[in-house]
Design a protein around this ligand. Structure first.
Ligand code: G4P
Length: 526
């Protein structure tokens, strides 16, 4: 096997996603501890946006600022190189999370046993489903009382619309929690409260053995046997291929806080999770063994006015990146050298000499990059799959300082390129509309326009329900629709047609009346 293949096969690039508070930060931290990437608990907390700070976005940005180093956490575990991509905890930055999901090869979903599937998880799973990303589920907080595990499995299947297959099974929960039976490795892992490790782990292939009673008690042993029989009867045997196709999610139970079931999750994960997968470019399918290519999926601006700088996060899709080699910036059609690209190793950033498909590197940016930009060894490639989703909130943006209209336009253009929010231009009035997923983004934009571009903006409220990207096989039907709805037609920053529906009813009527038009809630459809 040559060096490139070896490097590719040992890479696992993934994101942990969850509804806030399910335990994403705690799980991330425990994984880093196993990898030896950090040595003390609490080290990852700095990345967490405190819930109390919801209306104070400067505070949030301060915390996000610290988080650049922890946006990607790379470390070695056994023979594997693991890259965990962090996603913002605050839902107003959900768009960031969607884009991060375009850069991972698989996902671990954390679900709280007491809460089951929550709104944010459902939404993020939709993105995974669109991209056929393999997902694994970790049911957390087994040391607390919660939903019956069988009911939870049903809920996961229904709510996340994916088949599930337990690979571990809990023995009781809450204060009675005794541990899990690891179906994948046929082991009994026993739990002692507040010990922070599995206190005893025994190979246990024959569950009919009376030894089981000795370990977990009579009633519990009986129940475990019945549960496992039921699992074998109801769920088909675990098939790694179906998991890799994104159709089946293996489920593990544990407690991240107590470090219980985390290593088992990680051990199974490194074995079955995918190494970098082929990526579809507009021109062709790019396989990881191809010459170097990658795309920018995130741009992080430093909010501190004394250190104005950005980092463009590049996911390497194929080949190998070397420092001091010229690569092509496809949109500029220009060769460029990246001498100070950084790799992310757990909490530090360091200059990178080489990196491989699956890795994320940081490119210092002075306005050269936009989300979706492609860098290659020379080939013209455009990567697909960076969808925009219909925003939840919309406002007109107006210039508040007539002398600074040029600055405002430039600022809006660059901030939208960074993916801070979405811009639509109403085709009838020519007015600019900014769409976001939360109020905080408007405040961020206003602040940054003033401090970085010297421009002042005003917001004017606008009541819209959804922005829908529209298409039709019939040019005439499309034309007719645009004429009939001219007041509500806009284009996005790529010039694509968007229908702005001001209520669910209006949208429903439009869908009924214009059967030849397809309405999409994300900008990418095929
Ligand atoms: P998030 O990143 O998904 O938002 O969640 P995070 O890990 O911060 O966990 C949310 C809360 O749940 C934290 O408590 C954390 O300690 C707790 N937690 C995580 N895993 C478990 C578990 O397995 N069992 C139990 N009982 N609790 C768990 P907090 O009080 O909000 O924060 P902190 O003061 O402990 O930091």
């Amino acid at each position: 096997m040559n060096e490139l293949t070896t490097e590719l096969q040992r890479r696992r690039t993934f994101a942990i996603i969850s509804h806030p508070d399910a335990g994403k930060t705690t799980l991330t931290e425990k994984l880093l501890l196993f990898g030896g990437a950090i040595h003390v608990a609490g080290a990852v907390k700095s990345n967490k946006i405190r819930k109390t700070a919801t209306s104070d976005w400067m505070e949030i940005e301060k915390q996000r600022g610290i988080s650049v180093a922890t946006s990607v956490m790379g470390f070695d575990y056994e023979d594997y190189k693991i890259n965990i991509l962090d996603t913002p905890g605050h839902q107003d930055f959900a768009e960031d999370t969607y884009r991060t999901l375009t850069a991972v090869d698989s996902v671990i979903i954390v679900v709280d046993i007491a809460k089951g599937v929550e709104a944010q998880t459902r939404k993020l799973m939709e993105v995974c489903r669109m991209r056929k990303t393999p997902v694994m589920i970790f049911v957390n907080k087994m040391d607390r009382d919660g939903i019956d595990p069988f009911d939870l499995l049903d809920e996961l299947e229904q709510e996340l619309r994916i088949h599930v297959r337990p690979l571990s099974w809990p023995i009781e929960m809450g204060i009675k929690f005794k541990g899990v039976y690891n179906i994948y490795e046929k082991k009994l892992d026993l739990y002692t409260p507040s010990k922070q490790i599995i206190t005893e782990s025994v190979q246990f292939k024959d569950l009919s053995s009376p030894e089981l009673e000795r370990y977990i008690g009579e009633k519990e042993a009986e129940k475990l046997r019945t549960d496992l029989d039921l699992i074998e009867g109801v769920y088909p045997a675990f098939d790694a291929e179906t998991y890799l196709q994104g159709d089946l999610a293996p489920v593990f139970f544990g407690s991240a806080l107590n470090n219980f079931g985390v290593k088992e999750l990680l051990d199974c994960f490194v074995r079955i999770a995918p190494s970098p997968r082929p990526v579809q470019a507009e021109e062709r399918m790019v396989v990881p063994e191809d010459p170097f290519s990658g795309f920018v999926f995130k741009i992080h601006a430093n909010m501190d006015p004394n250190h104005r700088s950005c980092i463009a996060f590049l996911k390497i899709c194929s080949g190998r990146f070397d420092r001091n080699v010229n690569y092509k910036h496809v949109r500029f059609e220009k060769m460029m050298k990246f001498t100070s690209a950084t790799a992310f190793m757990a909490q530090k950033k360091e200059t990178v000499d080489e990196a491989f498909a699956g890795d994320i590197i940081g490119l210092p940016d002075t306005g050269n990059f936009k989300i979706g930009d492609t860098i290659t060894a020379g080939e013209i490639l455009h990567f697909k799959g960076l969808p925009s989703f219909s925003p939840e909130m919309f406002k007109y943006i107006e210039n508040a300082d007539p002398l600074k209209s040029k600055q405002l336009n430039k600022g809006v253009d660059q901030l939208m390129g960074e993916g801070v929010a979405q811009l639509f231009i109403n085709q009838y009035t020519g007015r600019k509309i900014i769409g976001t997923v939360g109020q905080l983004q408007f405040e961020v934009i206003q602040y940054r326009l003033l401090h970085e571009y010297g421009a002042q903006c005003k917001w004017e409220s606008l009541n819209l329900y959804k922005a829908c990207w529209i298409e039709s096989d019939s040019a005439e039907a499309l034309d007719n629709f645009k004429k009939r709805k001219y007041q509500y037609m806009a284009v996005d920053k790529e010039g694509r047609d968007v229908f702005l529906a001001d209520s669910a009813y209006v949208l429903q009527m439009a869908q009924q009346d214009f059967k030849d038009i397809r309405f999409h809630f994300s900008s990418e459809f095929s």
